[in-house]
Design a protein around this ligand. Structure first.
Ligand code: SAM
Length: 185
């Protein structure tokens, strides 16, 4: 399937998919927190199929949440509450249409999810929630489940339009990420 995505660049996608392939040898499943329309999820599903691993994807399916003060940036005024709305049904249909296994699709705010909503072990995680609380809550769920040698990617860390992402990651880095690779795109 060819790259088509208005949220993640082609270059970033190439890097994400390379790391995903590398993670196939690591114990655990694949996770994407903030799947939106599923553009990256579809590409991950192709990598995961026939591997014995599962892909788990998450979204509010209500669009973006409210911003906090530290998410504000003049460059990011287009990121507003309710933007990036898509239904879970639409996303599911895209997998069926593409003839790919439908992932485990969980609808909910990241802050409301519990341990049981995630796989017991994670080989590969792609965090793409755009805002401070979304990344903080994703890290809280995912970090304790990362397998040794796994890969955790955080999107928008270097994006000046979304300063809350860097703040959330930097707070976690103080506590240190151990035993797995962290890629900050
Ligand atoms: C940038 S888009 C994801 C793009 C997708 N990863 C891709 O590669 O095409 C961000 C998504 O995260 C979701 N999101 C952001 N914060 C969230 C939260 N706290 N809980 C649930 N979903 C959230 C939004 O609804 C939106 O669909």
């Amino acid at each position: 399937m060819a790259w088509k995505n208005d949220q993640v660049s082609k270059k970033e996608t190439t890097q994400i998919l390379g790391l995903a392939r590398k993670s196939l040898v690591v114990a655990g499943d694949f996770v994407e927190m903030g799947c939106y329309k599923g553009d990256t999820s579809l590409l991950l599903a192709e990598i995961v199929k026939n591997s014995g691993k599962k892909l788990w994807i998450y979204d509010s399916f209500e669009g973006l949440p409210e911003k906090q003060d530290f998410d504000n940036s003049v460059l990011g005024e287009n990121f507003k509450k309710g933007e990036l709305f898509v239904t879970k049904r639409e996303v599911k249909q895209r997998f069926l249409k593409a003839g790919l296994p439908v992932p485990i699709i969980k609808k909910g705010w990241f802050g409301d999810l519990t341990d049981d909503d995630l796989p017991s072990e994670i080989a590969f995680a792609f965090l793409d929630g755009d805002f401070y609380e979304s990344i903080r809550d994703s890290l809280e769920l995912v970090v304790p489940k990362m397998s040794s040698g796994g890969v955790l990617i955080v999107h928008d860390y270097t994006n000046p339009a979304l300063p809350g992402v860097k703040k959330a990651v930097d707070e976690w880095q103080k506590l240190s990420f151990k035993g797995f690779e962290v890629i900050l795109l």
